[in-house]
Ligand binder design. Structure first.
Ligand SMILES: [Zn+2]
Ligand SMILES: [Zn+2]
Length: 286
């Protein structure tokens, strides 16, 4: 736990024992013998205290990854990462089920340069009251293409040495034409539109945690963003769900913003090899 000098309460509002510092929980993976908003939880979802949307407009929740003061996904145990993904999936589905027809989206910011205002590792789930242009455009593109672009890129990745790891039905690889510098993509090998409909949504957690550890060791970067893109319920039937993990290698500058060319992303096979060499685990554990 993370204590301020001389304080008997955790200094961090997301640590165990500080439950009163957040709004009341909406969901938790907790010991059934314990009451809501008390210690005994493993993963805890609460409304964001500083939401990007007013509560009457949409949903904005924080999903605290663990009661331990962990600041990097690579430090999570396999079990913690799995439980985190399960609760995020549940909250994403709750946002989908909201009667206001919101656009649901789940993401994680790690490190201040990646937008995390609190260091204690947490994911976020939003339900946005309009269709974000980029995501709506991408979902529509799947319906127009003759072949699923995720399946096609995955087939190429295996042939071109761009795969970082395979874990059961999931594969992590460097896309052929990455939208983000050094962005790593994770998707099921077998085409499936929606993550929340996967028989085992928790499996994504340990894969992303493993990749975060590899990025830290292999690229020397802690700050990263990760998110899940999936088809909307009852729509986007041709979508192929995927998670993207994007290390913050530097600030986007004029070249990147103006041209769309990404300086750090010119050799996905070399980057994949570098990440494969790192193996699993976290540097803090030696
Ligand atoms: Zn903490
Ligand atoms: Zn596909």
């Amino acid at each position: 736990m993370h204590h301020a000098p001389g304080a008997d309460r955790p200094a961090c509002p997301f640590c165990a024992g500080a439950e009163a510092e957040t709004p009341p929980e909406t969901d938790a993976d907790r010991d059934p013998a314990t009451a809501p908003d008390t210690p005994g939880w493993r993963v805890r979802a609460v409304p964001n205290k500083y939401p990007v949307l007013a509560p009457e407009e949409g949903v904005h929740e924080v999903v605290v990854a663990t009661p331990r003061h962990v600041t990097r996904a690579g430090e999570l145990t396999h079990d913690e990462a799995r439980r985190l993904a399960v609760v995020v999936g549940r909250r994403l589905r709750a946002a989908e089920d909201d009667p206001r027809d919101l656009w649901p989206f789940a993401f994680l910011n790690q490190g201040r340069e990646a937008g995390a205002s609190l260091a204690h590792l947490h994911a976020q789930v939003v339900g946005i009251p309009f269709d974000p242009p980029r995501l709506a455009h991408r979902a529509a593109a799947f319906a127009d293409l003759p072949r699923c672009p995720v399946c096609a890129d995955l087939a190429g990745a295996a042939a071109e040495g761009r795969v970082v790891l395979a874990a059961g039905p999931l594969v992590a690889w460097l896309p052929h034409a990455p939208a983000w510098s050094a962005g790593i993509r994770v998707a099921p090998r077998d085409h499936a539109p929606r993550w929340v409909d996967d028989p085992d949504p928790g499996a994504l957690g340990p894969v992303l945690a493993d990749l975060a550890g590899r990025v830290h060791r292999g690229l020397g970067r802690e700050a990263l963003n990760a998110w899940v893109n999936q088809g909307r319920a009852g729509r986007d039937g041709r979508y192929h769900w995927h998670a993207d993990l994007v290390p913050r290698l530097g600030f986007l500058a004029g070249l990147e913003l103006g041209s769309g060319a990404l300086a750090g992303a010119n050799d996905p096979a070399a980057l994949a090899a570098r990440l494969r060499e790192q193996g699993g685990g976290d540097p803090a554990r030696g």
